[in-house]
Design a protein around this ligand. Structure first.
Ligand code: SF4
Length: 350
């Protein structure tokens, strides 16, 4: 794929590496006042210069990203072309269930975490950004464990404040990272606090599975967590994470494999499906691959922009196509687990 230059973003939201946090906040009309904290996460890559600024005020985090320079992903494709293709692929599958009001087109019933998400009754609790995997597609700027990040403690307490303010409307909380099992002590403390405040909450945990041995799984079980989601794409559907998933079936009521639809890994996923069926997973959730400054330099191909103004996002073309090809394959093979396109409802699209 030819590398085409992406024009300098001309919008007043453009911020470039080197610009001070204060001036970035001022450009975006966000004042940094006492009690607030600004967090900048700079990304320096050979082909991308960008900066993300989050303005926290106890419970609010606004993050904006600008990028510029020559990118390996060409963003010339139109969202309408991608959606037309997805509608054609959906029309070939007779088994589809469309869930509203938020996200999800599936081949069967959804696990409780997804049902809660569809009803918009959850909050996402990211414990931190340390990770023990280095996925080429990872759209989050992660760091290694030996790089302590003081902002993470602040981030956790801001999320707990947000939880207490919203708890009456919440049915569930998703726990993620980075890799949440690297934060087991913090996870235990946060879940215990939230559980004490609202005993009937449903929690679900995302993990890459590398650390999900029986000891860690039992620790989650002891917290009353009933749903776990493995990102087997992090290990290319091989190794210890797969055997840990098999063990998880004995421990958790709901077992999900949730991965980005990354066309380069389609073969590895298809080869693993019989094992997932034998393991008895409840659901395979496939997300359209988000393109961000954290992964754009590792991807190639065509991308497109969805949404507008502050909700603008970029995705890899071919990612959602893969989701429906996998759905078709699973229907033909008669696998018993649900396959879920959990990218469906964003921006009001199907
Ligand atoms: S396991 Fe998740 S957080 Fe870690 S690198 Fe992979 S996608 Fe990113």
């Amino acid at each position: 794929m030819a590398r085409v230059p992406v024009p300098e973003a001309a919008s007043p939201l453009s911020v470039h590496t080197g610009q001070s946090i204060e001036s970035a906040l001022a450009v975006w009309g966000l004042a940094q006042t006492s009690g607030q904290k600004a967090v900048a996460r700079r990304v320096r890559r050979p082909c991308v210069r960008s900066i993300q600024v989050g303005a926290h005020s106890g419970n609010v985090c606004q993050t904006k990203t600008a990028w510029s320079g020559a990118l390996p992903v060409n963003f010339d494709r139109q969202q309408s072309d991608v959606l037309d293709e997805i509608r054609r692929l959906q029309s070939r599958l007779r088994v589809l269930q469309f869930h509203h009001p938020h996200q999800a087109v599936s081949t069967g019933p959804l696990v409780p975490g997804c049902e809660i998400c569809v009803r918009r009754g959850y909050m996402s609790f990211q414990l931190g950004f340390a990770c023990n995997a280095q996925c080429p597609f990872c759209f989050v700027e992660t760091h290694s464990l030996d790089t302590p990040d003081e902002d993470e403690r602040y981030h956790q307490s801001a999320l707990l404040k947000q939880f207490h303010r919203r708890k009456d409307a919440l049915e569930g909380v998703s726990l993620s990272g980075g890799e949440p099992l690297l934060y087991l002590a913090e996870l235990q403390a946060c879940v215990s606090e939230m559980r004490a405040a609202k005993p009937d909450l449903h929690f679900w945990v995302y993990t890459n599975g590398i650390l999900a041995d029986e000891e860690h799984l039992r620790a989650l079980q002891a917290l009353g967590i009933q749903e776990i989601r493995f990102n087997l794409a992090a290990t290319n559907f091989r190794g210890k994470a797969v055997s840990n998933l098999v063990k998880a079936r004995e421990i958790f009521k709901y077992l999900v494999v949730e991965i980005p639809s990354y066309p380069k890994q389609k073969g590895a996923l298809l080869a693993c499906l019989p094992l997932l069926e034998d393991a008895g997973i409840d659901q395979l959730s496939l997300q359209e691959l988000l393109v961000t400054p954290a992964n754009v330099h590792r991807l190639d191909g065509e991308g497109y922009q969805a949404g507008m103004l502050f909700s603008k996002k970029h995705f890899l073309c071919g990612s959602r196509r893969m989701t429906y090809e996998v759905m078709q394959h699973c229907a033909e093979e008669g696998y018993s687990f649900t396959v879920n396109d959990c990218s469906a409802g964003r921006f009001g699209r199907t």
